[in-house]
Design a binder for this molecule. Structure first.
Ligand code: HEM
Length: 406
């Protein structure tokens, strides 16, 4: 059925109003809180830190980078307000308030008439470009936020790099992500526009232990213990003592790297060579000098790399010395499978994600040490960016970036 002229006109007004970010009344209507029986957002959305860093990975994820198109600081403030309301509502679930008889349904309906709560985990981060001249935020830039450089083995495609704002959405089913993205797109139209997007998935344990990446190796084994609050304070979270602006406290830095795996070549490499490239066994995930996945490699007992090669991935990434202890980071990546490229080659790999307190001290230091490792012949980093993970939204009165924009 074609839309009535009145509806078309209304929609045009709505689009225009959102584009200028000036329609307080409309924004109010469009960001109406979804309600649950208790009327509250469940634990999971509100907190000192955002979810999606220390929380367990869900089965599927979308990384969506946006250019902010809001014209000024007021428009940007509206955008973060809308984003807060939408993510709060989408993570909480419940029936969206109707928009009126002549308006379209308030929700896509993809998750049914009463979208359940708890299905979505969302994280909002910002890129260095948000702190350019557009919004007058230059003096408030997190001091360690820069534009991701190209590293020696990179082959970066600018169309899938960087961005003003990054959404990391996670769920256990793909329709939850699709419906969340549609809702966010609808409510933020005119204020931000997708720059690039990549979808990922986490494998279940095969058959047990840490899930495997698409090279068949367990990936995530040697991560720092996320249950160790003190360690997380040392490696992950930003606080006032680090020379950062006060608003950034309880945020973190995220390096996203889109890394294609040349799986057709990889599948022709013998098992011994594969294992020597990583320094771990493919079946168990154990270091080459150990028996079990959780065994700690003893590089001191193997100073010339007879057992675990000096240029193996784990040895370069984490030499396990006192000097490199502060370079540890939290890897929380997802596999991706984007079908085939124009030549019919399989296009799959890793959405590498690393959280940390300092991109230079941690990600960049590790990445530079990995330059030229044997694995580089089988991987192709082609995109991603550096982002600052905003502090958490503490309660019903708080919103993303409140202190940044205050
Ligand atoms: C497609 C690219 C990559 C693949 C397939 C890959 C795979 C792996 C595997 C299988 C392990 C051993 C198991 C584990 O501890 O998780 C590992 C460890 C690790 N990787 Fe990667 N990785 C990739 C890229 C990177 C990048 C870009 C970095 C950082 C710059 C990185 C940093 C690390 C670190 C720090 C460890 C832990 C080392 C340890 O503490 O023993 N990896 N990676």
């Amino acid at each position: 059925m074609s839309a009535q002229p009145k509806d078309v006109a209304r929609r045009a007004v709505l689009a225009g109003a959102l584009a200028t970010g000036a329609a307080a009344a409309l924004t109010g209507a469009s960001t109406a809180r979804a309600t649950t029986p208790s009327g509250d957002a469940p634990r999971g959305f509100h907190g000192v830190h955002q979810a999606g860093v220390l929380t367990p990975k869900r089965r599927v994820a979308a990384f969506v980078s946006f250019d902010v198109t809001a014209g000024d600081r007021a428009g940007l403030t509206d955008l973060f307000g809308t984003l807060t309301d939408r993510v709060r509502a989408l993570t909480t679930g419940g029936v969206p308030e109707p928009l009126g008889i002549s308006a379209p349904p308030a929700d896509s309906g993809v998750l049914g008439p009463v979208p359940p709560g708890g299905l979505l985990t969302a994280l909002v981060a910002v890129g260095a470009s948000l702190f350019d001249e557009r919004f007058g935020l230059a003096a408030r830039r997190p001091v360690r936020l820069s534009t991701m450089p190209a590293f020696p083995d990179d082959d970066l495609d600018p169309s899938v790099c960087h961005g003003d704002l990054l959404l990391q959405l996670e769920a256990d089913d793909t329709d939850v992500i699709a419906s969340a993205l549609r809702d966010i797109a609808r409510h933020t139209r005119g204020a931000m526009q997708v720059r690039w997007r990549v979808d990922g998935f986490a494998s279940p344990p095969r058959p047990v232990g840490t899930p495997r990446n698409l090279m068949g190796f367990r990936d995530g084994t040697a991560n720092p213990d996320t249950g160790d609050t003190r360690l997380m304070d040392q490696l992950l979270w930003v606080d006032a003592g680090q020379g950062e602006p006060a608003w950034a406290t309880n945020g973190s830095y995220l390096a996203v790297r889109l890394i294609r795996m040349l799986v057709e070549f990889w599948d022709r490499v013998g098992i011994t060579e594969q294992e020597r490239m990583f320094g771990r066994r493919k079946d168990s995930g154990a270091p080459l000098d150990g028996q079990a996945e959780t065994d700690t490699p003893d590089f001191g007992a193997d100073p010339t790399g007879d057992v675990i090669p000096m240029d193996s991935h784990i040895r370069l990434a984490n030499p396990r010395t006192a000097q490199t202890a502060a370079q540890r980071l939290l890897r929380r990546g997802f596999n991706y499978d984007r079908g085939t490229d124009a030549n019919g080659n399989l296009d799959m790999g890793l959405v590498f994600c690393a959280f940390q307190q300092d991109l230079e001290r941690q990600f960049a230091a590790v990445q530079r040490r990995l330059a030229g490792e044997p694995l580089v012949d089988y991987i192709r980093p082609f995109g991603g960016g550096y982002f600052f993970v905003l502090p958490g939204v503490r309660d019903a009165n708080d919103r993303y970036a409140r202190d940044l924009l205050a």
